[in-house]
Write a protein that binds this ligand. Structure first.
Ligand SMILES: Cc1ncc(C[n+]2csc(CCOP(=O)(O)OP(=O)(O)O)c2C)c(N)n1
Length: 625
């Protein structure tokens, strides 16, 4: 049977469909998303939850003239499929394929690039102001999840949206979930609104007021509808969003195409200011394993559609898992240890700690900046907070790390997961900048383990240094190193010589083992390099560096991060301070680029950070004179 989806080459084709065909299309889109994500991996739950919402938006509005901005952007699959990328969608997240997030380079329908949460409302307001200044006429629509609404930036935007009162539509996609269940007072408030209890309560309240009006009151109550109108008009301004200056419409059943189309039409007609439409959806809708376990299918690896089981066995543990396990050990040994996550309970590996020590675990929502200052307050008061935040997301809290933690020299430990090359998600999720953005922070200690054993020792040591410490480790499986049963001493700023040689290859974190492999290969070609595991980017092991530098040896550094301002730059600056200018030096790492989507191994190969690539780079350098 012919598929309706095959006839959709753009949103204009949707507008020709009958309600029945639109509903059929929703099913087909769902099946297609499931088919592709089960093979390529991807953000399944969020995407299955917004199929109707996306179809209704494109049915009512006129993209790309009307601008739709997706907050986070991980829920844009239906949007991509029906805006001319149906076939390309098969290459989702694959090297050379399309991105799992909106990309202006990819399509004119993607009006704003996203990847990090809570950015859409600000950008939408900027676009709405620009539209009015240029006297243009189109709609700006921001779609934001309840999880992303926990981010401070969303509220900074709402503050100005309510103030400026631009014509702007906010679609709140409320599925009661961030990646894990949404947390905090706001989520309780939204749940209360979504449940309709608020409405029922004020309706009763309205009735009792009406009853007290002589003669007129009872007839109005009997008129029923009139009560509802009166309630809406009289009492809904009391809602949080209305108070902020946005017209609130909802809650709307977010899987009913008819209801969605009706409210979007209503919002489209609204000419006098910002509107917020509260849609209630279900993550994973239409696929039972994802409905039952939306967290697991948030960012899914390839899986068997029939069973929902992973396509490949899980194999070795991840660094996140080892981090989580070590946190439990440390939490048992010291009741001042506190774990903090910004909405990444599972991703950071903290679920066991949360289970074991619920009173010492805090999920603050998608609020990295707040997480850092919350930790600062705890550290100031004698606790030992560990903030587990992905490298890419800590970028957001740069000033809090600097102004609040480092200037006050507070012992907060930052566990930077997903540091280095990050697979599948594309440029917004790369963890390549943390060395550079933390290295110039006063009092900050920077470490990176070469394997899981070192990670556990570093974490234990970090809690004892009495300074801010950031430990970076990669996404992915551990190396298989043997893990000591007991913690051992980890002297601050001391590196480790792993292989002796004439010249020095000083490697940091995830590049230590590839550097060792490369050095062995280089021996066969007559080049002798000592390999040192730097362990620290700050403070550096100056003694070790000077040993080679003073002997006039070549020094090369290797790191999985942007070279500008990174680990190699630190070594170069140290040599300059020592007035050692006459040795050959090169920092190997990554150039400033927008990194493509692909597997980590593909990207490493492309940028020559795998052992073979390191051999090539070192040989090329040694050949130059
Ligand atoms: C600044 C930032 N922190 C963390 C994340 C990781 N993250 C991706 S999606 C997501 C949950 C978003 O929840 P919500 O906005 O409700 O969307 P849903 O997945 O429920 O549709 C999180 C925490 C991120 N993208 N950006």
């Amino acid at each position: 049977m012919n598929k309706i989806l095959d006839t959709i080459s753009g949103p204009q084709d949707l507008k020709k469909l009958s309600p029945e065909d639109l509903a059929k299309l929703a099913n087909e889109v769902r099946a297609y998303i499931l088919e592709v994500v089960s093979k390529n991996g991807g953000h399944l739950s969020a995407n299955l939850g917004v199929v109707e919402l996306t179809l209704a938006l494109h049915y009512v509005f006129d993209a790309p003239r009307d601008k739709i901005i997706w907050d986070v952007g991980h829920q844009c699959y239906t949007h991509k499929i029906i805006t001319g990328r149906r076939e390309q969608f098969r290459g989702l997240r694959r090297s050379g394929g399309i991105l799992g997030f909106p990309s202006r380079k990819e399509s004119e329908f993607d009006t704003y690039n996203t990847g990090h949460a809570s950015t859409a409302l600000s950008a939408a307001l900027g676009m709405a102001v620009a539209r009015d200044k240029k006297k243009e006429d189109y709609r700006v629509i921001a779609v934001v999840g309840d999880g992303s609404l926990t981010g401070g930036m969303a509220w900074e935007a709402l503050n100005q949206i309510g103030h400026l009162r631009e014509k702007l539509i906010v679609v709140l996609n409320d599925n009661e979930m961030s990646i894990s269940p949404s947390v905090g007072a706001l989520s309780k408030y939204l749940a209360y609104l979504a449940s309709g209890q608020y409405y029922l309560r004020i309706k009763d309240h309205a009735k009792s007021i009406l009853k007290s009006i002589p003669r007129l009151g009872w007839p109005m109550i009997k008129a029923g509808r009139a009560v509802e109108d009166l309630v809406k008009k009289t009492f809904f301004p009391g809602l949080l969003f209305e108070e902020l200056g946005l017209r609130y419409i909802g809650p709307v059943q977010g899987h009913s195409l008819g209801s969605l189309i009706e409210v979007f039409e209503q919002a489209k007609q609204y000419e006098v200011g910002p509107v917020l439409i509260h849609c209630v959806t279900r993550k994973g809708r239409g696929y039972a394993p994802a409905v039952d376990n939306p967290e697991h299918f948030h960012g899914a690896s390839p899986f068997d559609v029939r069973t929902g089981e992973p396509a490949a066995p899980n194999g070795k543990a991840s660094f996140s898992k080892v981090f989580g396990r070590t946190m439990v050990k440390l939490g048992k040994a010291d009741d001042r240890v506190i774990a903090i996550t910004a909405a990444m309970l599972e991703g950071t590996g903290l679920a066991d700690f949360a289970h074991e020590f619920p009173e010492r675990f805090f999920d603050v929502g998608i609020a990295e900046q707040h997480a850092v200052n919350f930790a600062a307050g705890l550290a100031l008061s004698g606790f030992k907070p560990v903030c587990a935040i992905y490298s890419t997301f800590l970028q957001r809290a740069y000033d809090q790390v600097y102004h609040d933690v480092c200037l006050q020299d507070l012992p907060v430990v930052f566990a930077l997961d997903r540091a280095g090359i990050v697979p599948d998600d594309g440029p917004t999720h790369q963890g390549l900048n943390d060395i550079a953005y933390l290295r110039h922070m006063p009092n900050m200690v920077l470490m990176a383990p070469r394997d899981e054993n070192e990670l556990q020792h570093m974490l234990k040591a970090a809690l004892s240094y009495g300074h801010p410490v950031a430990i970076r480790f990669p996404k992915g499986k551990v190396t298989g190193a043997s893990v000591d049963a007991e913690f051992k001493d980890f002297p601050l700023g001391r590196s480790e010589l792993l292989k002796d040689g004439t010249d020095l290859l000083l490697a940091y974190g995830g590049l230590v083992y590839p550097a060792l492999e490369a050095a062995k290969k280089l021996e066969e070609d007559g080049l002798s390099f000592a390999v040192v595991d730097a362990k620290f980017a700050k403070p550096l092991d100056e003694e070790m560096i000077l040993r080679f530098a003073r002997a006039g040896r070549t020094i090369m550094t290797a790191e999985e991060g942007i070279v500008a301002g990174g680990f190699g730059s630190a070594v170069r600056e140290f040599l300059d301070r020592q007035r050692i200018f006459n040795i050959r030096f090169k920092a190997i790492g990554l150039p400033l680029e927008i990194y493509p989507v692909g597997k980590a191994s593909q990207i490493k190969k492309m940028f020559r950070l795998d052992p073979a690539g390191l051999v090539e780079q070192i040989k090329e350098f040694c050949r130059q004179d």
